[in-house]
Design a protein around this ligand. Structure first.
Ligand SMILES: Cc1ncc(C[n+]2csc(CCOP(=O)(O)OP(=O)(O)O)c2C)c(N)n1
Length: 691
């Protein structure tokens, strides 16, 4: 399989020039990577990748992740050529409003794109999650003589991906876990955006990967199709370690004056250079978006092969269903993303106790039941299980089966190999979050991951991608405020709640007691088009007396009237979330004694509340009642959204401090007394205005 075979050469040139033409037409994009990496992509897509262009959702397809998402046109060219629902017109609309070919690949827009990539390192890391999902489902559902889950996860990564810290975190974990079906093609062109990698990236990456437990190979000529093919075959043979194939390439290969230079990384070639590149490759200089017939026919074999692959699998699944009907049904349901019938039954009764309990502990109790009812729940924490309380007690650890030892300290029960549902991510928050996205996008898994709220900062880039991908991930963030106390300001989140609320499509839910926590988890499970962040306390909170107050089910609408002192237009509305709901209720009762009509609104989730109809929102927060106080032990900035410019926010606008929690609430003025003072001031002002 050499480039000297004219058909292969034309196929590769078709990829190169479709990419370069689209970038030229858009006058924007990154031609360097597609031109340099076209041969490796060609070998992978025509000789190895098992996929079905007619059904990009076929569950047992190989996954391909273009981690170097700036090379999007490489992927679009491949999708078009192999017969996905992506036309030449789509390629000609590259980077245009409403097109199926956005600047960087977006999985919810383009058929065949597995995950949104662009921020470097994320794709590679999420691919680790996909490989973990495959390993888990394979080990859980495959039976002797019946293999229903068995695919590779391929990644194309560049220098930039390997430079990013998240990729190190992920590859370290992938090596530990021995993910043999993860194969990375490293496009090593030694050029990044601003120049040569000699400027700042000179380590021996092969040694690094070997040290992390990977199988490594090196192909010294990126145009040597035979060597690339052999390396892929060897990587597939390696069952116990993930593989990386370093392939030396020339960025912008074929552009006579620009190849090998950082100038070809992220700018169109220019009409003249593009013409010269075509001429040098024997391509029709005057053609644009040209696909020769024989090239088209060759690539489109993927459709036939794909159909056969999927139909073989369907038959296999049919046989499996006959032998293991219950398992088959469970598998089918998991892949569909639906929740099992009755999954929520019995949840509400779990925490009937009238004792104070932290919302993290409440979540732990609910989680155990949920985990029994929903086998797709799989996850863990970044070395904080004992604090975030997110383990699933009856299920073992997710571990490399070759290194299973039940005696390892901190094991959750036993080591279950890849069948385990408790993942020990290690202190790798960023990778944890991106891995979760990969697991969710793989299908069959509803991932949850946890750490302290203050460390959500380490996860934000990956959270953002999950939101963009519209996928279901549950983040459990505990230790949610200055209520953490003595650990001090490094561990006390202040700006985090508001920061997370600002991420589109992320539902941030901060429940006020055990009952709200139950509903928060229900909402998180039901939200299948975006992730949810549950914000939980370390400190105990009393149960809200639901005989006097409204039922916690109101949380499902994001916010609800929790309590009102009398049936009349309120003089003042007090709005609070989480632990501060309790002091707010206390203040409200105080104010009511003074004759005010006081309403308390519990507003655990802005995202969901804002999505309610105007009528409902106005019934909770009537526009004419402008005297409003918001209470939250977090950043004040942003609460104007609900209290307006005339309202008052009882909150924080500085970092916390190291002291017992009670002292901190006093010192920072987040107290019932401060709420009362604010309310009195507003009501007085209002009355004065009326006079
Ligand atoms: C997290 C992140 N930082 C910065 C960028 C901007 N950026 C896009 S491509 C690139 C350089 C990537 O170099 P390499 O992986 O070698 O790609 P190539 O030059 O081979 O196309 C940079 C810095 C990004 N996309 N993501």
């Amino acid at each position: 399989m050499t480039v000297s075979n004219p058909l292969h050469e034309r196929c590769i040139n078709a990829i190169r020039f479709l990419a370069a033409d689209a970038i030229q037409k858009a006058n924007s994009g990154h031609p360097g990577l597609p031109m340099g990496a076209a041969p490796m992509a060609y070998v992978l897509w025509t000789k190895h990748l098992r996929h079905n262009p007619a059904n990009p959702h076929w569950v047992n397809r190989d996954r391909f992740v273009l981690s170097a998402g700036h090379g999007s046109m490489l992927l679009y060219a491949l999708l078009h050529l192999t017969g996905y629902d992506l036309s030449l017109i789509d390629l000609q609309s590259f980077r245009q409003w409403g097109s199926k070919t956005p600047g960087h690949p977006e999985s919810h827009i383009t058929p065949g794109v597995e995950i949104t990539t662009g921020p470097l390192g994320q794709g590679l890391t999420s691919a680790v999650g996909m490989a973990m999902a495959e390993a888990h489902l394979a080990s859980l559902y495959n039976r002797a003589g019946h293999t229903i889950m068995d695919h590779f996860t391929y990644v194309l990564a560049g220098d930039g991906d390997l430079m990013e810290g998240i990729a190190y975190e992920a590859c370290s974990l992938a090596g530990h876990l021995g993910l043999g079906k993860l194969i990375v093609l490293y496009d090593s062109n030694r050029i990044s955006l601003a120049g040569s990698t000699d400027l700042c990236f000179t380590e021996d990456t092969e040694i690094r990967f070997r040290a992390c437990g990977w199988h490594t190979q090196h192909v010294i000529d990126g145009n040597d199709l035979e060597s690339i093919n052999m390396a892929l075959l060897a990587a597939k043979e390696e069952k116990d370690r993930p593989s990386i194939i370093t392939i030396d390439t020339v960025i912008g290969f074929g552009a006579p004056n620009k190849q090998g230079s950082f100038k070809v990384h992220g700018s169109p070639l220019g009409e003249e250079e593009l013409r010269l590149a075509k001429k040098a490759s024997g391509w029709d200089e005057s053609s644009h978006f040209f696909v020769p017939d024989d090239v088209s026919t060759y690539f489109l074999k993927a459709k036939e092969h794909g159909k056969a692959h999927e139909s073989d699998w369907q038959q296999e699944f049919f046989r499996y269903s006959r032998s293991y009907p219950e398992l088959a049904e469970e598998f089918r349901l998991r892949i569909s993303g639906e929740l099992p019938k009755g999954w929520e039954v019995g949840l509400v009764g779990i925490l009937k106790d009238a004792k104070p309990i932290s919302t993290r502990k409440a979540s732990e109790a609910v989680f155990q039941r949920l985990a029994q009812n929903v086998p797709a729940l799989v996850g863990g924490s970044a070395d904080l299980n004992p604090s975030t309380l997110t383990w699933i007690k009856e299920c073992g650890d997710f571990q490399n089966p070759l290194h299973c030892q039940d005696s390892i300290q901190g094991s959750v029960g036993k080591c279950w190999g890849y069948e385990g549902r408790n993942i020990h991510f290690g202190v790798r928050e960023h990778a944890m979050a991106a891995i979760a996205t990969g697991m969710a996008l793989h299908g069959g898994i509803i991932p949850y991951v946890s750490t302290f709220l203050t460390f959500s900062d380490y996860m934000r880039p990956a959270i953002r991608i999950a939101c963009l991908c519209c996928t279901r991930v549950i983040y459990i963030f505990t230790h949610d405020s200055i209520g953490v106390g003595e650990d001090g300001p490094t561990h006390q989140p202040i700006e985090h709640l508001m920061g997370l609320r600002g991420v589109p499509n992320l539902a941030v839910i901060r429940p006020a007691d055990a009952s709200e926590t139950i509903h928060a988890l229900e909402v998180a499970l039901n939200r299948n088009k975006g992730p949810t962040a549950l914000i939980l306390t370390r400190q105990d909170l009393p149960p809200i007396d639901r005989k006097e107050c409204a039922q916690a089910k109101g949380l499902e609408r994001g916010g609800y009237i929790l309590w009102q002192s009398a049936e009349a237009q309120p003089d003042i509305i007090l709005i609070a979330t989480g632990s501060e709901v309790h002091i707010t209720l206390q203040a409200a009762r105080e104010l009511a004694k003074e004759g005010m009509v006081v309403r308390v609104v519990s507003l655990p989730c802005w995202e969901i509340f804002d999505a309610q109809c105007l009528e409902y929102r106005a019934s909770v927060l009537p526009p004419e009642v402008k005297a409003r106080v918001a209470v939250e032990a977090g950043l004040k900035l942003g609460w104007e959204h609900y209290v307006g410019l005339e309202g008052i926010v009882v909150g924080m606008d500085r970092f916390g401090a190291s002291a017992p929690a009670g002292v901190l609430y006093e010192k920072f003025g987040i107290t019932a007394a401060a709420i009362c003072d604010s309310a009195r001031r507003l009501v007085k002002k209002k009355r004065k205005k009326k006079e």
